[in-house]
Write a protein that binds this ligand. Structure first.
Ligand SMILES: C[S@@+](CC[C@H](N)C(=O)[O-])C[C@H]1O[C@@H](n2cnc3c(N)ncnc32)[C@H](O)[C@@H]1O
Length: 223
């Protein structure tokens, strides 16, 4: 993970924010040992916070890996809540199932193996919170697919809004400031196109939080 915050600031956010349980600590350690690009504990705490702020009952994730972000959400949901996990990799999804079971939140989870962009078509809204964390060039398609399924007052969170291994932050900044740099890769272009799309959508207001690798949070009007 390419952290934006200096280490001491990240520690501060972790110390003050919602606390992980033992299962989340173990999942975090798995990411550290295996180099898995999970959202990390600072963002995890904010996902929990956003679920609380929206009184979330239903959550949809584009790209769930082994369930780290989904587990942060699941702990905040009511007994009749639901978090839909989507993942190409069957082994990762099986790990997610085991972790969710150990945490006592498996009955809130719906597991969709395969392409998240196909899975969203099988689920009606409304969703109170949506996490976009799939392939970066697919972010704009994820927004198109879910936009009308977000509940009034709900939020769409996109991870890697500022950085990640393949994202060229300097070029992304130039794009966001209206420039047209050369040599922008598809991942960086995907994030820029996504940010253009959410900012152009009149029913959403968007802001970026510089924690983890940067999350963009788009709040849908209440009507
Ligand atoms: C960056 S990881 C994040 C996982 C999770 N959100 C977390 O923080 O722990 C992204 C995951 O999405 C999966 N993925 C990427 N594109 C996908 C797609 N179109 N459909 C399903 N899974 C996808 C990858 O296999 C990977 O496991």
């Amino acid at each position: 993970m390419t952290d934006i915050l200096p280490d001491e600031s990240a520690r501060f956010v972790r110390a003050v924010g919602p606390q992980p349980d033992e299962v989340l600590d173990e999942m975090d350690e798995y990411a550290r040992v295996n180099g898995f690009p999970h959202v990390g504990p600072e963002v995890g705490g904010w996902l929990a916070m956003l679920a609380r702020l929206t009184d979330a009952r239903r959550v949809f994730e584009f790209g769930s890996g082994y369930g780290y972000s989904a587990y942060w959400f699941a702990r905040e949901l009511p007994a009749d809540g639901e978090v839909v996990l989507t993942e190409y990799d069957a082994d990762e999804l099986e790990m997610a199932r085991e972790y969710m079971d150990r945490g006592g939140v498996d009955d809130l989870a719906v597991y969709e193996e395969g392409d998240a962009l196909e899975a969203i078509e099988r689920h009606d809204g409304p969703f109170d919170v949506v996490l976009v964390d799939l392939r970066k060039d697919q972010y704009p398609d994820a927004f198109d697919a879910v936009r009308e399924k977000v509940a009034p007052g709900g939020v769409i969170v996109a991870d890697n809004a500022m950085t990640a291994g393949p994202i060229q932050f300097e070029k992304l900044l130039e794009l966001e400031e209206g420039g047209d740099p050369d040599g922008v890769n598809e991942h960086t272009r995907g994030i820029a196109s996504y940010l253009d799309a959410v900012r152009a959508a009149p029913e959403f207001e968007t802001s970026v939080m510089p924690i983890g690798e940067g999350i963009s949070v788009s709040h849908k009007e209440r009507r």
